[in-house]
Design a protein around this ligand. Structure first.
Ligand code: ADQ
Length: 535
């Protein structure tokens, strides 16, 4: 049996007691590693005076964790500088915010080189290596330079822009060509896959044959693998959280009383469109004054990357816009917008989502956006809320039954909020059922097993057992989404999704008298200090 080696910027080591959001990518990767046995390699998240010259893996069960400390200079250049001030804005189509610095780029290449040097002694001949995200683009090329011939895959969690945009990055041709050191490159959408291949053709003169691209000795497959969430666990969390009415839910939404709730949940990041969303909510209240006093927006936005100036500016700006709108539109007994800047437990988040009549997910650009999927997974099937989703989120390629909006158009978003609040129950249920079926059929287990099957060449043969058994077909009726793109849909042979509505659960919810907008129960779920992803 092959061993799996996962490499990512951050490693979440259970024995260090790192408080990560339970669920999500960290848990999916750990469960794949546990299934196959393996090694998780990456940055410890801490800095030390001297660069680590070797790693000492810590074994827990059949998974070993190997972490490397960075120096403060490396954290500045590799992480805050090139990764987050050059690549992040560039990949999100924000050329105006892209700040390229040659010494940051040198630091980025240096850390990737050091990672390769430290990883090579840990590798075994049959290992399959899976590298994650934009911090580590050149890692495979560095491993190949050191003679590594193993299968190496990469998954890109964020968008990949067109060659016109990517080409604006100095050394873009050199950087993009390191992608051809991979055997398999996974993208969130077909658009991203086409952009990468187009970039390789335009900037490196690569030869394209469908999903295969060749610019050197190796042929690389570039394919969309839309990432999912653990839908079933999240649904259960939402049901349990609302039943228990955990303390954060009571404390944060209690004062809303019987009012309707619109929710936004994002890391405080300019790609998420938080300021534009607040403005759109203000526009909605101005255009539809009859809603004043009976609906509120709860925006949960824990700060991230506060060391990067653009993020500090966004923090200031969102406070300012919320304050201005509240002063202009609020009443003595009603505050229209509440911005909460802390991370919450998965359970509290699930409860908030289930309480909210509208999920407002309006990024200016997003690789996938897991909040859109979490919002749907958390809904009460009998009385679901409505998802308003940006067309520039990867999730929009799969979730066509949401109200799809252009986040740059404040009026359009404002009208979508009105439409969502007025939507009849039958239409809400119809849209919800299709959305739930889609996200359940392409959940996180499906994503990991499908990626690994493609990487190991086990799509037909059974070289590496899938990390999760295929779900049982349940006879659920799943019609293809109207706007769903064939290219990003789950594999055609996937059995039908579990039906969204499980009669027993629906009956339970009804028996418990679960009502939207009433938050008067208790219990305690502690917020996690840093539960959002460490990106
Ligand atoms: P992110 O940019 O971090 O991920 P997203 O996909 O929305 O964006 O995931 C954020 C996660 O953090 C969600 O699971 C959410 O619940 C959680 N979170 C946000 N605010 C929180 C809070 N206050 N408390 C607790 N948890 C919170 C990147 C890409 C995305 C891509 C993912 C996965 O930018 O496009 O979907 O990776 O590939």
């Amino acid at each position: 049996m092959m061993r799996l080696v996962v490499v990512s910027n951050r490693v979440t080591m259970p024995e260090r007691g790192e408080k990560v959001a339970a669920g999500g990518l960290a848990v999916a990767l750990r469960s794949a590693l546990e299934k196959h046995g393996g090694l998780w390699f990456g940055w410890s998240g801490t800095t030390s005076a001297e660069p680590s010259s070797r790693v000492e893996p810590v074994r827990l069960g059949n998974v070993s964790y190997a972490v490397v400390d960075l120096t403060e200079a490396e954290r500045q250049s590799y992480y805050l500088g090139f990764s987050n001030r050059a690549l992040w804005p560039l990949m999100h189509y924000r050329l105006g915010l892209t700040d390229f610095d040659r010494s940051d780029y040198a630091g980025y290449l240096g850390v990737n080189r050091r990672f390769a040097k430290l990883l090579v002694p840990q590798l075994k001949p049959d290992d399959v290596i899976w590298i994650h995200d934009y911090h580590l683009i050149p890692l495979a090329a560095e491993l190949r330079r050191r003679g590594v011939t193993n299968r190496i895959g990469y998954f890109h969690h964020i968008p990949w822009p067109s060659a016109e945009v990517f080409g604006a990055l100095p050394f873009s041709a050199t950087l993009i060509s390191t992608m051809t050191a991979y055997d398999l490159v996974g993208m969130q959408t077909q658009t991203d896959a086409d952009n990468l291949i187009g970039g390789l053709v335009a900037l490196r003169g690569a030869h394209r044959d469908g999903e295969r691209v060749k610019a050197g000795p190796r042929e690389t497959v570039v394919r969309p693998f839309p990432i999912g969430i653990d839908v079933e666990s999240f649904r259960k969390l939402a049901v349990a959280s609302v039943r228990a009415a955990t303390q954060p839910i009571r404390a944060t939404t209690g004062p809303l009383g019987g009012r309707k709730l619109v929710i936004g949940v994002d890391r405080l990041d300019y790609s998420k469109g938080i300021v534009q969303r607040l403005e759109a909510f203000g526009q909605f209240l101005r255009s539809h004054p009859e809603h004043r006093g009976n609906v509120g927006l709860l925006q949960i936005a824990p700060p991230s990357r506060s060391d990067v100036p653009e993020y500090a500016e966004l923090d200031r700006q969102s406070d300012e816009v919320a304050g201005r709108l509240n002063a202009a539109l609020g009443e003595f007994d009603w505050t229209p917008i509440r911005v909460v800047k802390k991370a919450y437990s998965r359970s509290a988040l699930a409860g908030f989502y289930r309480r909210a009549q509208v999920g407002l997910v309006t990024p200016m650009r997003d690789g996938m956006n897991l909040v859109a999927k979490e919002y749907i997974a958390a809904q009460n099937p009998e009385d679901p809320g409505v998802l308003v989703l940006s067309r520039f989120a990867g999730a929009a390629h799969q979730m066509g039954e949401a109200l799809i909006v252009n986040p740059y158009d404040t009026h359009e978003v404002a009208e979508a909020i009105r439409t969502a609040l007025a939507m009849p129950q039958s239409e809400r249920v119809r849209r919800f059922e299709r959305l739930y079926a889609t996200i359940a059929a392409s959940d996180i287990g499906w994503w990991t097993s499908r990626y690994l099957a493609a990487l190991t060449g086990a799509e037909a043969a059974d070289k590496l057992a899938p990390p999760e058994p295929p779900r049982k077909a349940s006879g659920a009726t799943r019609k293809p989404a109207a706007r769903q793109r064939a290219t990003t849909r789950p594999a055609a042979k996937k059995p039908a999704a579990k039906t969204a509505i499980q009669p027993a659960q629906a009956a339970n919810d009804a028996a418990l008298g679960e009502k939207r907008g009433s938050f008067g129960q208790r219990a305690g779920s502690k917020p996690l200090p840093n539960a959002a992803s460490p990106r």
